[in-house]
Design a protein around this ligand. Structure first.
Ligand code: HPA
Ligand code: ZN
Length: 340
């Protein structure tokens, strides 16, 4: 029997939710960036925190990635990675994000001479503390940078060997156009052999063919973004029949000009076609909002009702790597919220 009867805004805030598409390096807030730049004497092209925010005006994915890699350059020691992770997990607590599957980009750090031992220790210390303090559930997805070579990805997988017990899945991110999923077919096959789950960014800026390639060549469990699937009817059918999750990131799509305005976003179209759509924040400090802000932005600009919100929250658990038992637990909790 429903026990909670809330406004749409309260429903969004109160529902337990999972977040499945979140780059931990994309949660670096300007305040922490400036503090760490001072700590390590890193020179950034910003004088004030306002300067940083003003610079976050992007034309496309690449213009964002340039600043994202620049920002990540202030992350140097174990404590920096701990602090980054801790701040984000505190945000999860505040927003009822009870489970999170986070991407991290090892090559962004190893290319600067920072070893797996440094960032893995910082990340896992914060994750263990959040779990102990309030039962926060979280896991890690190691993402390969697709603008780098297959060889570099293989070397990264090798370097990750001692840490694989702490890593659930591999992913694929960075500059999409010109770097199709099939470039990493053999790396993903090796990851599968090692028992890792698989996700890949596809169909954010890239064409539907990249989504087909992620399905066929990388054998993924989820597509990150995937909003360009609407351009291919056969692909839509395939995604529906597989109930292949799409991890859609509304504020990211607006900031990176994938859609001009939130009222033109196709999330509701995808959902109403029967796709397994989820809502996510991607890189919240760069795109202007954490998970609940993404739900609120959708509710403000699209004809979304409470049932849609409940479906999106339920999908976030269904599409996760949680056990069936944990999925049932959270789906039950969601069913107790009233959608009338
Ligand atoms: N797309 C591709 N690569 C990324 C993104 C994204 O949205 N965020 C961080 N790396
Ligand atoms: Zn992303």
């Amino acid at each position: 029997m429903p026990v909670h009867n809330l406004s749409t805004a309260n429903l969004i805030n109160s529902l337990p939710k999972a977040e499945l598409h979140l780059h931990i390096e994309g949660t670096l807030e300007p305040e922490l960036m400036m503090a760490l730049a001072a700590k390590h004497q890193v020179t950034l092209p910003y004088s004030t925190i306002d300067d940083v925010r003003l610079a976050y005006n992007f034309d496309n994915l690449q213009s964002f990635l340039d600043l994202y890699y620049l920002g990540a350059s202030v992350l140097r020691d174990e404590d920096d990675f701990y602090r980054l992770m801790w701040d984000y997990l505190c945000k999860c607590k505040e927003e009822n994000v009870v489970h999170v599957e986070m991407m991290f980009d090892p090559q962004t750090h190893t290319e600067r001479g920072i070893d797996f031992a440094v960032f893995m220790a910082g990340f896992t210390r914060a994750m263990a503390q959040a779990e102990k303090e309030w039962g926060q559930s979280s896991l890690l997805i190691m993402s390969f940078l697709r603008h780098l070579s297959e060889r570099n990805a293989f070397d990264t997988l090798t370097a990750a060997a001692p840490y694989l017990p702490m890593i659930t899945a591999v992913g694929l991110d960075s500059s999409e156009l010109g770097n199709p999923p099939e470039k990493f077919t053999r790396v993903f096959a090796k990851a599968k052999e090692l028992g890792l789950m698989r996700v890949a960014h596809a169909g954010e800026e890239g064409p539907p063919e990249y989504i087909w390639s992620a399905l066929h060549d990388l054998d993924v469990h989820r597509i990150d973004h995937g909003v360009r699937s609407v351009e291919d009817g056969a692909l839509m059918k395939e995604l529906v029949s597989r109930q292949m999750p799409l991890t859609v990131c509304p504020l990211s799509n607006i900031k990176l000009c994938v859609f001009d305005h939130m009222n033109e976003h196709n999330l509701l179209t995808l959902l109403e076609h029967g796709l397994m759509v989820t809502v996510n924040a991607d890189d919240p400090s760069y795109f202007g909002g954490y998970l609940n802000d993404n739900y609120h932005a959708l509710a403000a600009h699209l004809p979304i009702n409470k049932q849609h919100i409940k479906t999106l929250a339920s999908n976030s658990f269904k599409a996760s790597f949680l056990s069936e038992e944990k999925k049932s637990h959270w789906l039950n909790q969601i069913s107790n919220f009233d959608a009338d």
